[in-house]
Design a protein around this ligand. Structure first.
Ligand code: 8YV
Length: 331
């Protein structure tokens, strides 16, 4: 008997190579136009599909999961973070959730370094000058930024991405400090020459640069709260390539406006794709560098993410535990 292929709904346009393989393996319903699906469209898809492959732009909340059809058995997220999915509700309904860890580590760490350099060395501001026709020539005291070598970097979240940032930071001569739920193994700490701070407050008060590299979970929502941001010194800069929700964005903006913080490099925002006009104003003034959630945006990374989604679906459909299963207690 020929087994019918599972109906897999892919919510956004993925790289061609990934989509082609999906079409070979599955009854894949693609979104060639790449228009984000509305909650109603998602609900309809989840009512008939065996598998849905969403992205960060799809909010798969408890109410959508409650309306899912009996056929839906797997949510194979195209992305590492699963804060777009109510994992507990899915698992309670017998739906497996998977993600794509490991393949966007280096790209996200590169973008973190790019933002550190961009803010400290005023790269985005400088790059606007020549195209605007505003360059009248070199001057010894013009466009000065700050040296990063010798500064202290506090990494918030020392998982895969945090460690990849730490490695790069060492090469740039930064001294590495970190706060994490759990202290990392002594061998890793030694290799990264990293100083562990059990108290996040204590770490913040001493850093020149703070980089957010932890996942967004209920426990990390507004971890950099207004109170904690106040611990930072006025010359400090804040970098976020993780999730906007981890920082109280309004408080951060207020402090930047008031000159209580030197700058920020943000690739993620609390209400994406909306970005507060105040932050946009600060970007125009050169104080902050804003990127449109590009941390993992490489051709190679997106293909690797797609491969992981395919492997998770195929393994699951073949009756095995998919390699990147996410359980509520992991969050
Ligand atoms: C992805 C990300 O672009 O994987 C993640 O958690 O934040 C991004 O780099 C996005 O999630 C794709 O769904």
């Amino acid at each position: 008997m020929v087994k019918s292929k599972p109906l897999v709904v892919v919510t956004r346009k993925l790289p061609d190579a990934v989509e082609t393989r999906m079409c070979e393996l599955f009854d894949a319903r693609l979104n060639v136009a790449d228009t984000p699906m509305t909650p109603d469209e998602l609900a309809r898809a989840m009512a008939e599909a065996d598998v849905i492959a969403p992205t960060v732009t799809d909010r798969i909340d408890a109410s959508l999961i409650a309306r899912a059809g009996d056929r839906l058995k797997l949510i194979a997220n195209f992305g590492n973070g699963v804060d777009n999915i109510d994992v507990a509700a899915a698992v309670a309904k017998g739906i497996t959730v998977t993600n794509t860890p490991g393949v966007l580590t280096e790209d996200t760490a590169d973008m973190t370094m790019a933002l550190i350099l961009a803010v400290a060395r005023r790269v985005a501001e400088g790059a606007r000058i020549i195209p605007a026709g505003d360059w009248v020539g070199w001057s010894p005291t013009w466009m000065l930024g700050h040296r990063i070598t010798g500064k202290r970097l506090g990494i918030l979240g020392m998982g895969r991405i945090g460690q990849a940032v730490a490695k790069r930071a060492r090469a740039f001569g930064l001294s590495v400090h970190y706060h994490n739920r759990r202290r990392v193994a002594p061998a890793i700490e030694a290799q990264l020459e990293a100083t562990y701070w059990e108290s996040l407050d204590q770490m913040l008060a001493r850093m020149d640069i703070v980089s957010v590299n932890c996942p967004h979970t209920p426990a990390t929502y507004h971890l950099l709260s207004a109170r904690r941001l106040k611990m930072l010194r006025p010359h400090a800069i804040v970098i976020n390539t993780a999730r906007g929700e981890i920082i109280d964005e309004q408080a951060l903006t207020r402090m930047l406006e008031a000159g209580e913080l030197a700058g920020a490099g943000l690739d993620v925002f609390e209400h994406e794709p909306a970005v507060s006009p105040k932050l946009v104003r600060l970007a125009k003034s050169g104080k902050v560098t804003l990127l449109p959630h590009m941390g993992s945006a490489t051709h190679e990374g997106r293909v690797d993410m797609g491969e992981k989604v395919i492997i998770n679906i195929k393994t699951f459909m073949d009756g095995h535990r998919p390699p990147n299963r996410v359980l509520p207690n992991m969050l």
